[in-house]
Design a protein around this ligand. Sequence first.
Ligand SMILES: *Cc1c(COP(=O)(O)O)cnc(C)c1O
Length: 658
Amino acid sequence: MESSQTTLGSTYGRSPVPMRPVGDPGPQVWSVERSAELYQIRGWGEPYFTLNSAGNVEVRPDPAQDRGIDLYSLALDLKARGLDLPVLLRFSDILRDRIRGLNEAFAKALVEYSYAGAYRGVYPVKVNQQRHIVEEVVEFGAPWGYGLEAGSKPELLIALAHGRESGALIICNGYKDTKYIETALLAQRFDKQVFVVLERIEELDLVFRASEKLGILPMLGVRAKLTAKGVGPWADSAGDRAKFGLSASEIVDVVDRLTARGMLSCLQLLHFHIGSQVSSIIPIKNAMREASNIFVELAKMGANMRFLDVGGGLAVDYDGSNTDFHASKNYGIQEYAYDVVSAIHEACTKGSVAEPTIVTEAGRAICAHQSVLIFEVVGSNDLHFGDPSPPDPNAHAILKGLYDTYKNVVPKNVQEAYHDASQSKEEAQSLFKFGYLSLRDRSRAECLYWGCCEKILGLVRRMRYVPEELQSLEKVLASIYYCNFSIFRSAPDSWAIDQLFPIMPIHRLQQEPTVRATLADITCDSDGTVDHFIDREDVKQVLELHPLQQDEPYLLGLFLNGAYQEILGDLHNLFGDTNAVHVRLGEQGYHITHVVKGDSVEEVLHHVQYDPEEMIERVRQQAETALRAGQISLPQLRLLMRHYAESLGEYTYLSSDD
Ligand SMILES: *Cc1c(COP(=O)(O)O)cnc(C)c1O
């Protein structure tokens, strides 16, 4: 279902919260400013996300315009229109700005180094293949001849359906079969430059055969297996054992075999990719140096080298720390562009080789910022023990001992008190096991133990140095906030590889968040939790949140999730695609340009080969049997069948009218 160009609400001209002068200790009462610091929003959010004076997150999709969209109001607007949460908001203007930023950075670097070649970026389709996204990439990239990269045959089919811009490149990577290669060669006859990049030496024979059969000379590239590696979880995309790429001897072999057929002029592009989220600029510089030299050598060997494709890897600062930590990056897009251009410029000058067109395949850095998932907290499990009452005079000794421990917790003895309490709890458990303690007394003992832990934690939080064994208390005593979303669907990398995404409340930011919590999704999987969050230093295990209020929804945003998460997301527990909404800044206010309705229960059931009609029929037959046997009444049968049929057509997530 789609609706186009509905104008909703208006934008807000509220000014962003000003920075505090250095050295100012800040007000003692809570403030929006303190929320900004706590959630690091300046680090990861600028220039797109900020806080407004109403205490809400504000999106500034086009940094060139002094206008923002209040995220909380937008979410309520959508809810009012029947677009239930969780909802994925895609801000087209952010995507446009990312593409513009990359292209302008390279344009500036070309001028800086008086570079004779051009820059032609491509967007790797695998990062987010959603049609509306790819369409927008092509639209926004048109002024720069921005192209597409395919990593598989289906992605090539997508790329060919777009990319009308003449001059834009289509780069074909990934495993290739004959059909993939033949399709690419035939598409060269369109108004496109389609490159087949050899990722494995075996592909060369397929290319020769296809070329002969079709009478079309291929535009060929080779992917080099560099010794320079990236860093972090994707570092193994390069190096000797990398899955893809040709070693030096294989590249020489390609040159020789092309030469033998008089086809060396087909080889025009050198490609490498050292992995995703390369958080430090050093490996990028090293890879550039190595690849530039391979490029120059290939040119000298007689190949018609016109393109150097430096792959992806441009990182995103998910935690806002601006460091080489894996969730961050220690360089900006401009520095990246300078380093790429200068390395190839230097090598070509030294080798007296013509400067090639530079191609980048940045994916994450283009697509991550444009989307935000908004979801609602639907309940919480707070561990709160408060001040326990003293045990009866004739209570079990173990309870009296625990109570004494509780009373005597002071800053000086937190560690000792923790040991005493833990030992008593274990004793209570073993007394119970052997029948010396009642279930009620065991429960009292546990409450006293948790009371001790809570009191200890209160003191530990004020300590400068926290003993290691007490560091886990924060997490153990954290509240659990249950959220109406599926981590497996909406942020699978958080589950699979512990990737960090900024998560924070999108409103109430003028209030102090007094609760520390982990998040649990509504899948029944105990892995469906978020218990690692961005922090100024390292990672934190709990997130500061506000106490839930009876009559007001509490909405959280998961930010920077526009790259990879949508397609890696799965149907765990049959939670389907969320609603997605494309938002653009309009003349006054914002427009909803596309609404992509999330999956209904029926759709996800189809996916696992169930036929909803038949399911209804089977349940009806069982209900009829139960009715005949007098086990249910007619109104009960009617209610069951209505619930069953209605649920099939509904959103897979919890609906707010329950
Ligand atoms: C995944 C991939 C990219 C995109 O990488 P990012 O880290 O998202 O920029 C580019 N090129 C190739 C060959 C890839 O496999």
